[in-house]
Design a protein around this ligand. Structure first.
Ligand code: HEM
Length: 491
């Protein structure tokens, strides 16, 4: 890696300038009462739940607000109108700041963490985007099914033994195996392990560390986070070794490959310039895709299963759709997945309440005025709080906290303003893996609904754990097998 945790690019340095310099009329943006000199707005802040703290503050202060900690001030936006303005690509672009910037030591100029000006972003985007075409997705479908079958085998065993299943743990196994198999032809053997694969432990450690770096003053980080930093270095070294081994194995196999993401990274040249990804960049892309390609989808599936278990009438309606659309087909084909319109609405509604990548940052490309009211100098940036945007009462109504998949029926979607639902980010830097995640998650929800009734623990109350992404904490479900003959095992 060419950049260290303390190394900065000009854009990153700009990101940490005081907001006062970049937002000339900052005084018009509200901040919480009881600001403490030097320390800032620390009252009621927990290092474990910065997102949920900001949601609480945001609900009180309104669609744009600011919080300060140790001299660093951040402007947050969640109003639908302001977010729509930030989606204007002519005036705003992705800002690599906060947690995303903290991942630079491991992901460097990989697709997710690249600064807009880095040439490797466009190169990798153009080389890898065809890996998410309809044709590519249809090729991944049988592998997604094969991984899902490993999950149902595992869940059948747990169910037969009368044990509740560990939903986030098992969804993480599923989504890691899916991206590893489809993208890189690799098998982590997650379902053969009792504990998470060390890759997952190292990844979670790195995500947690990136989040903790936001919570301490930068100059004190080496002191306050000394042990955590050492652990993080060990995690990063493990992640890099895993990736290097995976790439070495593919090169050694000297196979022409199946045209998966790794083949594209190693062999495909840019259609216009003929350039290829450099070996160091391949390492960063593999890691980026292994992490971005599973952590958020795992959370999305887990939240959806939570809501389905809490809303039996929704589960019954979704299951009826699966039975109707898939009928007696033992193994659903590629085209049968997108036909599960109601299941997809369940997924969208879960991502509305808990978008699993819960924020994205936007910076001004030039001096401009946000929402006609808030002047921003070139480079000024703000963080969009997606879970609050998705609960903006002016768009979603006074009952925005209520789970209701019908918010996503076609007429309701058409009636809503654009940009009110942003779980995939926005513009040129929006999620490249969106169709992949939607196909995988819809398929898996369909298979699980068809096979099991989901029984929640009556005492469970949703707790959300944060590590840059969000995930339901401690969610376990009891399963009941539905009458045989309606599910995959019959295949
Ligand atoms: C439910 C699942 C997912 C959610 C909620 C999600 C969300 C997001 C969001 C919000 C961004 C934009 C971040 C920003 O603006 O800073 C993003 C970017 C990205 N996502 Fe996803 N994602 C998901 C699944 C996936 C999958 C399955 C893959 C890969 C197979 C993937 C790969 C990426 C990459 C590489 C980027 C960076 C794109 C770029 O900047 O060019 N994501 N994702």
């Amino acid at each position: 890696m060419t950049e260290t945790a303390t190394g900065t690019s000009p854009a990153r340095a700009r990101g940490f300038r005081s907001a006062e310099l970049d937002w000339p009329e900052l005084h018009r943006i509200p901040y919480p009462p009881r600001r403490i000199p030097l320390l800032g707005d620390l009252a009621g802040v927990s290092p474990r739940t910065p997102l949920q703290d900001s949601m609480r503050v945001g609900r009180r202060l309104g669609p744009i607000f600011r919080r300060k900690a140790f001299g660093k001030e951040i402007v947050f936006v969640w109003g639908a109108e302001l977010t729509a303005d930030l989606a204007d690509e002519a005036r705003f672009a992705k800002h690599v700041g906060l947690g995303v910037a903290n991942l630079r030591p491991i992901a460097g100029d990989g697709l997710f963490t690249a600064y807009n000006h880095e040439p490797n972003w466009q190169l990798a985007h153009d080389v890898l985007a065809p890996g998410f075409s309809r044709e590519a997705m249809a090729g991944y479908h049988p592998m997604m099914l094969a991984v899902a079958e490993r999950l149902t085998e595992h869940w059948d065993r747990e169910q037969a033994a009368g044990r509740a299943v560990d939903v986030p743990g098992d969804m993480t196994k599923l989504t890691l195996e899916t991206i590893a198999r489809t993208g890189f032809g690799h098998d982590f053997g997650s379902f053969e392990r009792d504990r998470p694969h060390p890759f997952v432990t190292a990844m979670v450690g790195t995500l947690n560390h990136a989040q903790s770096l936001n919570m301490v003053p930068a100059p004190l980080a080496p002191l306050l986070l000394r042990r955590a930093t050492r652990r993080n270095e060990a995690s990063m070294a493990y992640l890099n070794r895993t990736v290097d081994e995976l790439v070495r194995a593919r090169r050694a196999a000297d196979a022409t490959g199946t045209g998966d993401l790794l083949d594209r990274m190693l062999d495909t040249t840019h259609p216009e310039t003929g350039e290829r990804l450099a070996p160091e960049n391949v390492r960063r892309q593999v890691l980026t895709f292994l992490i971005a390609g599973h952590e958020t989808t795992s959370g999305a599936l887990s939240f959806a299963l939570h809501y389905l278990s809490q809303h039996p009438e929704t589960a019954a309606r979704a299951r009826a759709e699966v039975d109707r659309v898939w009928g007696g087909t033992a193994v659903p084909g590629y085209d049968q997945v997108a036909k599960l319109r109601y299941v997809r609405r369940v997924l969208d509604e879960s991502l509305r309440l808990w978008p699993t990548a819960p924020g994205f940052s936007r910076e001004a490309r030039r001096d401009t005025v946000l929402g006609g009211e808030h002047p921003m100098r070139k480079g000024a940036w703000t963080l969009v709080l997606a879970p609050l945007l998705h609960r903006d009462p002016s768009v979603w109504g006074a009952d925005a906290d209520r789970f209701d998949p019908d918010r996503f029926d076609a007429a309701a979607v058409r009636a809503r303003p654009a940009h009110a639902f942003k779980p995939w980010g926005t513009g040129a830097r929006a999620c490249i893996g969106r169709q992949f995640a939607l196909h995988e998650a819809t398929l898996v929800l369909g298979l699980l609904l068809r096979r099991y009734d989901l029984r929640p623990d009556p005492d469970y109350r949703l707790r959300v754990t944060e590590r840059l992404t969000v995930m339901p904490d401690g969610l376990r479900l009891h399963l009941e097998r539905r009458a045989p003959g309606t599910e995959l095992a019959a295949a």
